[in-house]
Design a protein around this ligand. Sequence first.
Ligand SMILES: NC(=O)C1=CN([C@@H]2O[C@H](COP(=O)(O)OP(=O)(O)OC[C@H]3O[C@@H](n4cnc5c(N)ncnc54)[C@H](OP(=O)(O)O)[C@@H]3O)[C@@H](O)[C@H]2O)[C@@H](O)CC1
Ligand SMILES: Nc1ncnc2c1ncn2[C@@H]1O[C@H](COP(=O)(O)OP(=O)(O)O)[C@@H](O)[C@H]1O
Ligand SMILES: [K+]
Length: 524
Amino acid sequence: MSPQHRLEYLQRMIVTAAQMRSIEQRIFDAGMPIAAVMEKVSGRLALRIQALYPQPSTHRIGVLVGPGHNGGDALVVARELYFQGYEIMLCCPVSRLKDLTATHLHYLENLGIACYQSVDPLAECDLLLDGLFGFGLDRVLTKPISTIVDVVNEWDIPRLSIDLPSGLHTDTGQVLGTAICATHTLCLGLWKLGLLQDDALHYVGQAELIDFDIPLADIAAVLGEMPSVQRVTPQCAIAALPLVRPASTHKYKMGHVLLICGSRRYAGGALLTGLGARASGVGMLSIAVPQSLKSALSVQLPEALIVGCPETEDGAIAELPASVTLSSFNAIACGPGLTTDATAVVEQVLTSECPLVLDADGLNIVAHHGTIPTLHKRQAPTVLTPHLGEFKRLFPEIADGMDCRVTAVQRAAKHSTAIVLLKGARVVISDPHGSVRVNPTSTPALARGGSGDVLTGLLGGLVAQKFAAPSSTTLLDVVQAGTWWHAQAGCLAARKRTELGVDAHTLTNFLIPALARQTQIGTE
Ligand SMILES: NC(=O)C1=CN([C@@H]2O[C@H](COP(=O)(O)OP(=O)(O)OC[C@H]3O[C@@H](n4cnc5c(N)ncnc54)[C@H](OP(=O)(O)O)[C@@H]3O)[C@@H](O)[C@H]2O)[C@@H](O)CC1
Ligand SMILES: Nc1ncnc2c1ncn2[C@@H]1O[C@H](COP(=O)(O)OP(=O)(O)O)[C@@H](O)[C@H]1O
Ligand SMILES: [K+]
């Protein structure tokens, strides 16, 4: 495997603490000495740290040393940086250290490097290395370590965490009492699940993976040849998008999506969903809205077929016109801006034989009427796209006390027999068989009313294209690709316009430029 392919493969992998320990054990059992692994890891860390924090602007480095091998890593890094000319100060608040860690500490002390129990002497450093705990942390931090963490979090000094910010649970990303709030996290070997949990993001800072040549056979032996939980990478997202059209195609071969959205109260939801679908490249776009929205929408989306529907007194869709045959579409995307008055339409859609993306009030109606069992009867695939509030309403038992988004979404997908996409800072998607994808790159600029409507339209258009033509791409692949694309548009828009400048309408204008940039097709 080429170095580039290896890196792409590693970027897709996610491990729990138990899985990392099994992989580590296989390496040791095969004869690689533990001390040699630590040297290798730390050598790569030291190189990266020198690149991130070069001399002379960074000179004095404070190192927080914990009792286990995370502390050992920190000490070896400290030694290497010392020989490169940095001034090193150690803080080791515990007396009982693992043997290898104790050996390295002994050597550093013999080199004349000062080691303190208190953290106060490190207050004037230019950089702090956090080697208190890695994936071996299994309980809440107590004094004096918890105090040290709280103190350094107050200092105006960059903090670089080795493997994980100390104090975070390796799998759930939850804070065990307190945790280092890192500027950078250099994750070792394989991405730890906890770093991808929304709760952890505040602590993780900029995260990077440091490869230390774990044999791929050991990874596959523990995670499987096709690991069920994966990070979304640009390569796998792009591969699932319908970027190249057959030369002799025509519009009906490129998918026909029906959007069912909007109400007099939430007219904008229909437009944003429509603009998202338009960017997907779908061949035909039909949009069912309350009759009173029809003319305004026709002006804004001239290429779409706008279907005006009979409406309730409050301006929600009362029913679909008889002329609409749901089974004639390749996909339906339903929900944004409907209000819960549109119950009859959602029930009709649920019983249709058309692939369905259900969002927003579509989900609220399902939750309110307890219609999850209806999903089991559906012959065609379903994608549910709740945010956390909708997720809690849909799956109250699963959400109750949920501490890991990945496990919760896996359970929800199994329970509903649908693909479930849980929105948030790090979108988690699971199919009913438990295959999970986590999107690791996004921007808080998307935390804004209407950006989810754009995603629903985009997904609807992509799902329609998938079902319009036979393909080996799975629905999960398509959904993760749409999620990645949406987030990339947010990132590009935020770069060009600041995080404040990414309203949902603007976001739709960045979908195509973001894709063009990522695929290097066209120019802006
Ligand atoms: N995997 C790999 O391939 C490689 C892994 N490497 C590195 O090793 C790291 C994992 O090392 P690790 O297993 O020694 O665990 P680590 O996180 O340093 O500390 C656990 C120690 O802390 C203790 N302890 C736990 N909780 C506590 C608490 N609340 N308060 C106080 N103490 C607590 C617990 O001891 P206990 O008290 O339970 O006996 C244990 O001694 C990993 O993150 C990476 O940096 C690389 O060097 C090489 C390649
Ligand atoms: N902090 C965040 N970082 C990145 N993306 C976010 C963040 N918060 C929300 N998002 C994304 O923004 C979108 C919001 O969707 P949703 O909550 O349904 O909003 P709306 O219903 O108003 O359109 C989702 O795609 C979600 O993943
Ligand atoms: K750490």
